[in-house]
Design a protein around this ligand. Structure first.
Ligand code: SAH
Length: 255
């Protein structure tokens, strides 16, 4: 009999932010295929008997290709095993789960998705801000600074048609990359005013958490905090509680 694949959200780093269901399936898994971002503390919930494979990639270092990940999931589940495909944050937010779900469907493998706390929510919690504070924002947009190689204009085409709507929105920008000048230009071109508050949150929910507050016009000069890092742009960022690490702090200069 075929096994089952669980697409599980590992949350932003703090193991206490795992769901009880995630912990339950991790304990019962025969195989855990995890991304680079998943913390060792989270992996400790797996059974000592489980096969644990890091299929993630980071900084260009190659682990498994997307096709290899599909093959591993299908092969292990085909052998009747319980497979946990463990991804940072929520598996359905910038996690390539769409491709994995398609591959599992085509192979006739049963699967279940277990949500996790996505980075934008952990960043907001760290900064003590409401992403949809009704006095400042009526929409929340999850987007990325990292475009697919074959679709270089994918992000722009999302942002550009709605410049008016962006004024009333909070943007959570995942996968910031290592310099912010292009992102800064793109956000200004998309219609965000230069004085828009911008919050960069690094390693949200972990002991290494750092928060830097700036404005869009100064974004390109902001410090490159250690990865993973996310940008929260919008008026709601104005009231952020900054980290206890003064060297990375910069107070918001009134626009
Ligand atoms: N599925 C994940 C996102 C994967 S893409 C989620 O739902 O959070 C990887 C990006 O997520 C990183 O480049 C970074 O932008 C963001 N990210 C993940 N964990 C983070 C953390 N603890 N703090 C800040 N950003 C994080």
């Amino acid at each position: 009999m075929a096994g089952k694949v669980y697409l599980v959200g590992a949350g932003p780093g703090d193991p206490d932010l795992l769901t009880i269901k995630a912990v339950k399936v991790l304990r019962s898994a025969d195989v855990v295929l995890h991304d680079e971002l998943v913390s060792p503390e989270v992996l400790q919930f797996a059974s000592p008997a489980a096969t644990i494979i890091n299929v993630g990639k980071r900084c260009g270092r190659r682990h498994a290709s997307q096709e290899e990940i599909h093959c591993l999931m299908i092969a292990y589940a085909g052998d009747g095993l319980t497979v946990v495909r463990l991804k940072g944050g929520d598996p359905l937010v910038f996690g390539r789960a769409g491709e994995e779900i398609e591959a599992l469907r085509q192979a006739g493998i049963e699967f279940e998705v277990i949500p996790g706390v996505t980075a934008a929510l952990a960043a907001a919690a760290a900064a003590g801000i409401s992403l949809t504070d009704r006095r400042m924002a009526s929409a929340l947009l999850f987007t990325t600074a990292h475009s697919q190689a074959d679709k270089p204009d994918a992000r722009r085409s999302i942002l550009q048609p709605f410049p008016g709507a962006l004024l009333d929105s909070t943007l959570a920008v995942y996968m910031l990359g290592s310099h912010y000048s292009r992102l800064q230009g793109d956000l200004i071109t998309a219609g965000l005013p230069p004085e828009t508050p911008c919050l960069i949150v690094s390693a949200a929910s972990t002991a290494e958490e750092r928060i830097h507050l700036t404005t869009l016009d100064k974004l390109s000069a902001a410090p490159i905090l250690p990865p993973p890092r996310i940008l929260i742009a919008g008026q709601v960022a104005r009231t952020a509680r900054l980290s206890s690490h003064p060297e990375t702090e910069a107070r918001l200069v009134p626009g």
